[in-house]
Write a protein that binds this ligand. Structure first.
Ligand code: IVH
Length: 678
C-alpha cells in the first residue's frame, strides 16, 4: 500500500481534515458526515504510520494528545498579558469614559467594540508561518506555562491558518489571545455522563477547563470538551493586521479562529452601555461574567496606557453577581437510575439574577467532607444559565457553633437497603434492583424523548404508577389497562385513553430506541444505534459475546462488559420475556437487505437536511426518510436528489442551488412519501 501513498495525497488530506474540522467545531455546520471524516482521518493515520517522517506538526492526527510531560516549561510572553479594570454600574462606565477623555481628546470621537467577558482561562497562542507552534497560560502576565500539547487537542483551535486557501494573508509570526472555556451544554452533558457512570462530577465549567489545561498528560485533556474563543492580537511580525478591535475580530474569524458571535460595534458610548444593559448572561451558550467595552481604535487604546495591570482602553462591565450566600437548611439525597446516591442542598430560598433558588447541587459526599460543609452553615452558591445552581463554599468565619456535621446515609432513602461505597469510588450506591427510586428513574428514561418517546407519560404519572404498584418494571407499562389508570388521581376517561394509545403506539418504535430505553450503563443513543444495525433484535443482541461487541467500532471493553452484564442479569431476562410476550419486539432489517427497501417509497433517493424543520428534529427527519427506504447524507453532492430545507439553512442551501438540486419542505417531504406510496 505504501508504494501508492503520495505526499500530495497526504497534504491534501491534512487540508481537507482541517477544513472539515473547522466546519464542524467552529462554524457548527458540517458538510460531511462523522463517518466520512473518520474515514479520511484513518487514511491520514495509515499514511503517517507508513511514512513517520512525513508527519507534520500541524497534522490533525496530533490532536489526540502527546506523551505525558514531567512538568510544564515556562514561556515569556512577547508583551505583558494585561488584565481588565471592572465597572459595576453605568456610572462607573461613564466615569471611566470621562477619565480617559481627560487624558486624550481623541476619546471624544471614539467608537467602541463590545464583547462578552468570557469566564474561562486566558491563553496565548503563537503561530509561525501560519502553523500553531506554541500555546501558554497567562501566568503572572509576564511568564506563563507552556501548554502547547494540551491546546493542540482543542478541536476549535486551528492548527494552521488561514483555514481557507483564499483566506487573508498571515504575518510570519502572529500571537493571539483568547479564552478556553467549556460551553454550558457540554458541561451539562459531561456531568450527566459522569453521573451515569457513578463517577465524581465536576464543580463548574471554569474549574473544569482550568483543571483540564493543567494536565501533564494531554491525552486526558483530549477527552474534555474544551472550546476556544479568541479576541485579540497580542503581537505580530512582518505583515499587516487591522488597526481597530472590530476589524481584528473579523480578521481573526476570516483566518479560521472561533470568535464570539455576540460582539458588536458601537458608534457611541451610549450605544455600548445599552448593548451591555440589554445583555442577559443566561442567553449565552457559555458562562460570561460581564461585557467588555473596548476603545475601537487600537493605536488610541495603546496610547492611553495602563494603570497597574489594567489597560485604560478597555473596561469590564460586570453583570450583577450570580453568586449569593444563603443558609443551608438541610442536605437531601437523590437516587439515580444506576442506584448512585447524590447529595443536594436544601436552601433558604434566595433570588439570584431574577430566579428563586431553593436547591443546589453538592456534587458528592467527598465534596461535603473536603469543604467541611455543615447543616446550618451560610453557604456561597452560584447560578449560571441552565447549569444547576451549585454550592461553592461554606462561610466558616460566621459560624455560631450550632451547625451540624453531616455524614452520608447508611441506607437508601427510597427502599431502605444498606448503601454500598465501592473501594476507590466516591459514589455510594443502592444495589437493590427493585428499589422504587431506581425504578422511577429507569421508567423516566425509558419513556423519554431520546428513548421510547411516550408522550403524555410525564414524571408525575411515572411516580403515580410506581407508588400504586401498577408498574414494577419497564415491561409492565405494556400491561396497563384503562381501569388501572382510572384508579389514579387526576385520570379521567380521556387522559387514560390518551395514555393507553401513546403506550400502544410506542410498540412500533425502532429497535435502537428500545435499546436506548433499557438503560444499559454506558449505552447511549449512538451506541444503541450501532448495536441495532449489527443485531436485528434483542434476542440476537443478548447472545452476543464480549469479543464480538468489543470488535465493533466505538465499543471498548467497559461498554461490552456492561452490555453482557445487563443481559446476564436474571431480572433483566424476565423483562425481555415480558416485552416479547407483550409484542414490544422491534426487528431491524439487516443493512445489506435492500430487497424490501426497493419497494419503499423513497428507495433509491438521497437526501440532505439543512436548517430547522417545523416539527421534526434532524434525527427524526433522518429516521423518517430512512424508514421509507431513502438515504440521508451529510453533504450536497452530485448524488443528492433532494435538499430537505428548514428555517435558517446553512451553506448546504447555496450548494444545492448551485447544483440545481430541488428543495423540499417538511410538508412536501410527507407529500412525496404519500404520492410514492400510492
Ligand atoms: S481583553 C488588553 N476581552 O477577563 C486586553 N479580556 O478579568 C485585556 N476576558 O484577563 C483583556 N473575555 O482573561 C478581554 N472579550 C474579552 C475577554 C477578556 C474574558 C478575561 C481576560 C482577562 C480577564 C480580566
Amino acid at each position: 500500500m505504501s508504494s501508492k501513498d503520495s505526499k500530495t495525497e497526504y497534504h491534501f488530506l491534512i487540508e481537507h481534515l482541517h477544513y472539515h474540522n473547522y466546519r464542524y467545531h467552529v462554524l457548527n455546520d458540517p458538510v460531511i458526515s462523522d463517518y466520512e471524516f473518520d474515514q479520511k482521518l484513518n487514511r491520514l493515520k495509515a499514511i503517517e504510520e507508513a511514512h513517520p517522517d512525513w508527519t507534520m506538526p500541524d497534522s490533525p492526527s496530533q490532536r489526540a494528545g502527546a506523551e505525558p510531560l514531567s512538568q510544564f516549561n515556562k514561556v515569556t510572553h512577547p508583551v505583558p498579558i494585561l488584565s481588565l479594570g471592572n465597572a459595576f454600574d453605568e456610572q462607573d462606565i461613564r466615569d471611566w469614559h470621562a477619565r480617559i477623555m481627560r487624558l486624550d481628546e481623541r476619546v471624544r470621537e471614539a467608537e467602541f467594540t463590545v464583547e462578552p467577558k468570557l469566564d474561562g482561562l486566558t491563553v496565548v497562542l503563537h503561530y509561525q508561518d501560519g502553523t500553531f507552534v506554541q500555546g501558554a497560560t497567562r501566568g503572572n502576565g509576564e511568564v506563563g506555562e507552556d501548554i502547547t500539547e494540551n491546546l493542540r487537542t482543542i478541536k476549535s483551535l486551528p492548527l494552521h491558518i488561514p483555514i481557507k486557501t483564499k483566506g487573508p494573508k498571515v504575518p510570519e509570526s502572529l500571537v493571539v489571545r483568547g479564552e478556553v472555556i467549556i460551553t454550558k451544554a457540554d458541561f451539562i452533558q459531561l456531568n450527566e455522563r459522569l453521573e451515569k457512570e457513578g463517577k465524581k462530577t465536576y464543580l463548574n465549567p471554569r474549574n473544569t477547563a482550568a483543571g483540564s489545561l493543567r494536565q501533564l498528560d494531554s491525552k486526558i485533556t483530549a477527552q474534555r470538551p474544551l472550546t476556544l474563543l479568541v479576541y485579540a492580537i497580542v503581537n505580530h511580525q512582518d505583515g499587516e493586521v487591522p488597526d481597530t478591535q472590530w476589524e481584528t475580530l473579523s480578521y481573526l474569524k476570516a483566518l479560521g479562529f472561533p470568535v464570539a458571535e455576540s460582539s458588536q460595534h458601537c458608534k457611541t458610548l451610549d450605544d455600548a452601555i445599552a448593548m451591555c444593559n440589554n445583555s442577559d448572561p443566561d442567553t449565552f451558550p457559555f458562562e460570561v461574567d460581564g461585557m467588555v467595552i473596548k476603545v475601537d481604535k487600537l493605536n488610541l487604546s495603546q496610547d492611553l496606557g495602563v494603570v497597574g495591570k489594567d489597560p485604560r482602553g478597555a473596561i469590564a462591565y460586570k453583570f450583577p453577581a450570580m453568586s449569593v450566600t444563603t443558609k443551608l437548611m438541610d442536605i437531601g439525597v437523590k437516587v439515580g437510575r444506576t442506584g448512585v446516591i447524590t447529595p443536594y442542598a436544601v436552601l433558604q430560598p434566595v433570588e439570584i439574577g431574577g430566579v428563586v433558588v431553593r436547591h443546589a447541587t453538592l456534587h458528592n459526599f467527598d465534596f461535603i467532607n473536603d469543604k467541611d460543609i455543615r447543616i446550618g452553615d451560610r453557604v456561597l452558591i452560584k447560578r449560571a444559565g441552565e447549569v444547576i445552581p451549585y454550592v461553592i463554599d461554606p462561610i466558616k468565619d460566621i459560624r455560631s457553633g450550632d451547625e451540624v456535621r453531616y455524614s452520608p446515609p447508611a441506607n437508601c432513602p427510597s427502599c431502605g437497603d444498606p448503601l454500598v461505597n465501592p473501594k476507590d469510588e466516591v459514589a455510594y450506591f443502592c444495589t437493590n434492583s427493585a428499589c422504587p427510586a431506581q425504578l422511577i428513574r429507569n421508567l423516566e428514561h425509558f419513556v423519554s424523548r431520546e428513548a421510547m418517546d411516550i408522550v403524555g407519560l410525564g414524571v408525575n404519572t411515572v411516580h403515580q404508577l410506581v407508588e400504586a404498584g401498577l408498574v414494577k418494571d419497564i415491561a409492565d407499562l405494556y400491561r396497563l389497562e384503562k381501569p388501572d389508570l382510572l384508579k389514579l388521581e387526576g385520570f379521567g376517561e380521556k387522559k387514560a385513553d390518551n395514555l393507553i394509545t401513546a403506550i400502544e403506539q410506542s410498540r412500533a418504535q425502532p429497535l435502537h430506541r428500545l435499546v436506548t430505553g433499557l438503560g444499559i450503563r454506558l449505552v447511549g443513543q449512538v451506541a444503541a444505534q450501532a448495536l441495532s444495525t449489527h443485531y436485528p433484535d434483542l434476542h440476537t443482541l443478548s447472545m452476543a459475546s464480549k469479543e464480538e461487541i468489543e470488535a465493533m467500532e466505538g465499543f471498548g471493553p467497559n461498554m461490552a462488559e456492561s452490555i453482557i452484564a445487563w443481559f446476564n442479569n436474571k431480572d433483566n431476562q424476565l423483562i425481555l420475556d415480558k416485552l416479547k410476550d407483550s409484542d414490544v419486539w422491534p426487528v431491524e432489517k439487516p443493512q445489506e437487505d435492500v430487497g424490501d427497501a426497493g419497494n419503499l417509497p423513497l428507495a433509491g433517493l438521497t437526501f440532505v437536511i439543512t436548517g430547522t424543520l417545523p416539527t421534526l428534529s434532524r434525527t427524526e427527519a433522518k429516521e423518517l426518510i430512512e424508514s421509507k427506504g431513502g438515504k440521508v447524507t451529510g453533504s450536497v453532492s452530485g448524488n443528492t436528489d433532494y435538499l430537505l430545507l428548514g428555517e435558517n439553512p446553512g451553506s448546504k442551501f447555496a450548494q444545492a442551488q448551485k447544483r440545481d438540486i430541488p428543495t423540499l419542505s417538511e410538508d412536501a417531504l410527507r407529500q412525496l412519501i404519500n404520492e410514492k406510496s400510492a
